[in-house]
Write a new protein. Structure first.
Length: 262
């Protein structure tokens, strides 16, 4: 039997087929919960009761708009859509952004990612894991950034900074695939040098690189629901637990049985 993948799920959910929704609920409801626990812990506390409402928001139109894409690419879309619902207001402020980006301009790409994970609300250990570095290194970079911000009168208003970076215009920016390839070690030295040269001076790409690291870790640590855990969610959403066999399938099955018995 061929393996059912994220590509199949996107196609089936876009066509409103129950097998797609079953896979989505089983595989990705836990990831949505993890994201919610990080970005809106107060909403995550109501998870069992609110889960169907949250899952229903990802409708066929969302999947149709996704188009065919790999799992980590899909997780980037899932994460962005969830955050757009959680943070619908535009909190950007050019003055706050200018002070922040000016103060931290001399930092390297690695240092900027460490700072950006802090803006994304991650603690030292989570940031270190996503950056594949020691927590002490994260701590050092955070101190250095805090000193630079203090000297320039910059403030870290996370909502404002996240909104501000989303509003930055793209200018020769990198694609998510570039950063996935970077993390997977499937990139030439020259290409990596190109990406680094651009992203070091582009917070839009720093943000994308951090999100790529975030969803890569989510994909790595995924823990799909067991049948028992998925059952109440599927029932609440009106999704049949298993595909009903068609009459032709049943007939074929019965014929095979009687042939074997003859
Ligand atoms: Zn860029």
């Amino acid at each position: 039997m061929p393996l059912y993948t994220c590509y199949d799920m996107i196609r089936d959910c876009a066509a409103n087929r129950p097998e797609g929704w079953r896979f989505f609920v089983t595989e990705y409801a836990p990831i949505l919960r993890t994201l919610l626990e990080h970005y809106r812990p107060e909403a995550a506390a109501e998870w069992p009761a609110k889960a169907p409402e949250m899952l229903r928001r990802f409708d066929a139109a969302f999947f149709a708009a996704c188009g065919p894409r790999s799992e980590r690419d899909f997780l980037l879309s899932l994460r962005q859509q969830l955050l757009a619902w959680l943070e619908p207001h535009d909190a950007s402020d050019p003055r706050v952004w200018d002070a922040f980006s000016h103060a931290l301009a001399p930092l390297t790409l690695t240092e900027k990612q460490v700072v950006w994970f802090e803006v994304m609300g991650y603690g030292k250990d989570d940031s270190a894991a996503m950056m594949r570095m020691h927590p002490d290194g994260v701590e050092r970079i955070r101190r250095k950034a805090a000193e630079a911000l203090a000297q320039h009168g910059g403030v870290v208003d996370r909502d404002c900074l996240r909104s501000s970076v989303a509003a930055l215009p793209a200018d020769g920016c990198c694609e998510a695939k570039d950063f996935f390839d970077w993390l997977d070690g499937r990139i030439t030295w020259y290409r990596r040098d190109d990406l680094e040269r651009h992203a070091t001076h582009c917070w839009r790409c720093v943000d994308l690189f951090c999100r790529v690291r975030e969803v890569s870790r989510l994909a790595q640590r995924r823990k799909p629901l067991s049948a028992g855990e998925a059952r109440p969610l599927l029932a609440a959403l009106g999704i049949p637990e298993s595909a009903p066999r068609s009459w032709s399938d049943r007939l074929r099955f019965w014929r095979r049985l009687t042939r074997t018995g003859a």
